[in-house]
Each structure stands twice: as C-alpha cells, then as structure tokens.
Ligand binder design. Structure first.
Ligand SMILES: Cc1cc2nc3c(=O)[nH]c(=O)nc-3n(C[C@H](O)[C@H](O)[C@H](O)COP(=O)(O)OP(=O)(O)OC[C@H]3O[C@@H](n4cnc5c(N)ncnc54)[C@H](O)[C@@H]3O)c2cc1C
Length: 360
C-alpha cells in the first residue's frame, strides 16, 4: 500500500485550506469529501478582513462578480438604535460558499493535492502512521486531518468531544435573495433571542442568515417576523437558494489533536456564528498546523501536534471570548440594549470593537 503523507477528511473551507498548505509544503496530500457536488452549507458568508487576507495568502482566485467588498458592521436594534463600525484598512468579503469552495478546490488541485469523493469512516493510529478506513478501502497516512465540520464524527470517535454546554442551544438558518445589496456593511438586526445577518455576496445577491434558540424551527418567514424593516426590504425579491440550517452551534473539543490526528475548522470546536469568524479561524488553523509540523512526518508527531493545539488556543480565545459575550447579550435583550447604549455613548468605541474582532 502506498503511504500518503496527509489525508484530509472533509472538503469544506478548513479542509481545502489545509490541502493547499499541505501540498504547497510538498507533502503527498489526499482530500476526501463525501458530497458529490461542491458542498454548500448554512453560513452567513461574511469573511472578516483577517479571513479575506488569509484567503489571499492561500492564492485562491475569486472570479469577477463572485464576491462583494465589505466595509464594516452595522447593528440595528428593535428600538431604532443604529451602531456602525468600519473595518478600516483592509475590507472584508461577502462570498457564496459554492464560489469559495470552487476557488479553493481549483487552487488545491493546482498546488498538487489530490481531491476525491469519499467518506472517512474510521481511523487507527499505529507507531509511525495512521490507518484510515474509507468507503472505498483502507489508506495509510502519516497524519489524518479531520475537517469534518461542526458535529465531527472523527472528533467524537477520538474521544475529543467535550459536549455542547448546558445553556439554551443556538441554531442557524440561511437563504439567499436575488437583490442588489443596499449597503456594503454586514447588517445585524437584533430582536429578543434572535438576530438576522444580512451580507452582500455579489452584485445582485444577498445572504440572510438567522441565528436563534428555537430548536426545530425551520420556517424562514416565521423566523423573519420579528424584523419588519428587513421583511420590507426583502418583499418581492426572488429566493435564490435552497434553505440550509445548522446546529446546535456550540461544540466543545477537549483538545485539537490525538495520536496522528489534527482537528481543524469547526471540527476543532465552535462557539457561535455571532461574530462571523468561523471561516477566518478555519483558514488560520491550517497555517498554524503546517507551521507546527516537522519535515519528517514519520517521527513521533505528539510534540508538534501539542504545539499546534497551544498556538491555535491563542487565536481561539480571540474568537471565543467576544462570541460568548455576544451570545450572553443575545439571551438578555434588556442587558443587550443597555450595553449597546453604553457603547454608542463613547465616540469610536463600537468601531474599535469591530476592528478588534475583524482582525482576530
Ligand atoms: C448560520 C451560520 C452562519 C455563519 N456565518 C458565518 C460568517 O458570516 N462568517 C464566517 O466566517 N463563518 C460563519 N459561519 C461559520 C462557518 O460556516 C464555519 O466556521 C465553516 O463552515 C467551517 O468550515 P469547515 O470546513 O470546518 O466545516 P464545513 O464547512 O461544515 O465542512 C465540512 C465538510 O466535511 C465533509 N465531511 C463530513 N464528514 C466527512 C467524512 N467523514 N468524510 C469526508 N467528508 C466529510 C462535509 O460534507 C463538509 O463538506 C456560520 C455558520 C453558521 C451555521
């Protein structure tokens, strides 16, 4: 059996970024994605400036008209309060997941990664390699990268799941509308225990994502009811995608590695989409991982993977702390209104907070 250096389970943004960076290092890289078509999923599709920068460093080419430039974040509260913060410097990017995946796939293939359809089913680490069971047979690799998403079966099988906490669970759902964007800000409409995120993703396309704690709620129009101003904006616009949902969003990992296994992207743990940093973190994880690995992957990878975990934890905290804080405010509408009122009273404070999160 031919030994592959790196097998990646999952062809979402995290897996594709890992494939690009692994192949660029000259490692024999095989990525298996279980979906037949380019995977699409529930996502607000807003890349913060840090993520847009990582995407550029990955060398992915986004086709003309395939994205929208984002200038900042605008909060709109139910009492009419509006807070606006600009990213300053580098802009963010709104981009449909299918466009992003196509661009990353093209770049990964050009870098030399082998992308195939397939499902990783099981993994058995040995001394200097890992046996990867797939739906089309067993492969030998030096390292398995699990990029299998929020509910990562590989994280669970490796005993790295730490559950999803005790508070009310949060869920997400999204739909596209064929509509010219009315702004180059990501708009966040607040209502009690639900928010609507509007992201321009192209010259005639906007993404509307809703984050809420109503387990099982699948009726987009019902969920949109607390946002009359947004409903008015969307009235008459044609729906431009199939509905996609995800959740529960909070997924904790005990660690981001096990023997000959590294977790990247949502598989490495996730808090919430409330700050729109998941893609940025997914891109960052693959570069941190590749920087942590030794040249000779037949060595004991434990120290390198532990280093990866420690280095990623610093990035993770920059994401997790604001995300937990905002989720807590989302659950307490009166406190949220008071907190945002205090922020709006200090000139420049909201912009400073936006830049802090956007560059993390
Ligand atoms: C409602 C919502 C809104 C969001 N908004 C934003 C936003 O605006 N900005 C932002 O940056 N982030 C946002 N996020 C987060 C972002 O979507 C995720 O962080 C991102 O998708 C993580 O990518 P991933 O590659 O880790 O996982 P995924 O995108 O879920 O990809 C995992 C892939 O693995 C495949 N797979 C699974 N199991 C296997 C297997 N065993 N073998 C082979 N393949 C497998 C799946 O088919 C899938 O393609 C949002 C999330 C939600 C739910």
């Amino acid at each position: 059996m031919v030994m592959t250096d790196v097998v990646i389970a999952g062809g979402g943004p995290a897996g594709l970024a890992a494939a690009i960076r692994s192949a660029e290092r000259g490692l024999r890289t095989l990525l298996l994605e279980r979906s037949a078509s380019v995977p699409d999923k529930a996502c607000g599709e807003g890349l913060m400036p840090a993520g847009a920068h990582e995407l550029e460093r990955l060398g992915a080419r986004i086709p003309q008209g395939g994205s929208a430039s984002l200038r900042g974040i605008r909060y709109l509260e139910e009492d009419g309060t509006v807070l606006e913060g600009q990213f300053g410097g580098r802009p963010g990017m709104g981009i449909r997941r299918t466009v992003l995946a196509e661009a990353l796939r093209e770049r990964a293939t050009a870098a030399g990664a082998d992308l195939r359809r397939g499902t990783v089913l099981a993994t058995h680490p040995r001394f200097d390699a890992v046996e990867v069971g797939t739906d089309s047979g067993v492969l030998d690799a030096r390292l398995l990268i699990a990029a299998d998403g929020l509910h990562s079966p590989l994280r669970r099988a490796a005993g790295l799941d730490a559950g999803n906490g005790s508070g009310p669970m949060r869920f997400g759902i999204r739909r596209h509308f064929a509509l010219a964007p009315w702004t180059d800000f990501v708009e966040v409409y607040w209502a009690p225990r639900i928010e609507a995120y509007v992201t321009p993703v192209g010259p005639r396309s906007i993404n509307v994502a809703l984050l809420h704690d109503r387990d099982g709620a699948r009726d987009f129009d019902d969920l949109l009811a607390p946002f009359p101003a947004l409903r008015e904006r969307l009235a008459g616009a044609s729906v431009d995608s199939d509905l996609r949902g995800a959740g529960p969003l909070l997924q904790r990992a005990r660690a981001r590695w096990a023997e000959r296994l590294a977790l990247v992207g949502d598989a490495a743990g996730y808090v919430d989409a409330i700050t729109g940093q998941g893609l940025s973190l997914a891109f960052a994880a693959s570069s941190v991982l590749m920087e942590s690995l030794p040249d000779d992957l037949s060595l004991d990878l434990g120290p390198a993977l532990r280093r990866y975990d420690e280095r990623l934890r610093a990035r993770w905290l920059q994401y997790a702390l604001p995300a937990h804080a905002l989720v807590a405010l989302s659950r307490r509408p009166a406190l949220r209104r008071a907190a945002l009122r205090s922020v709006s009273a200090i000139p420049g404070a909201f912009g400073a907070l936006v830049r802090l999160v956007a560059m993390a």
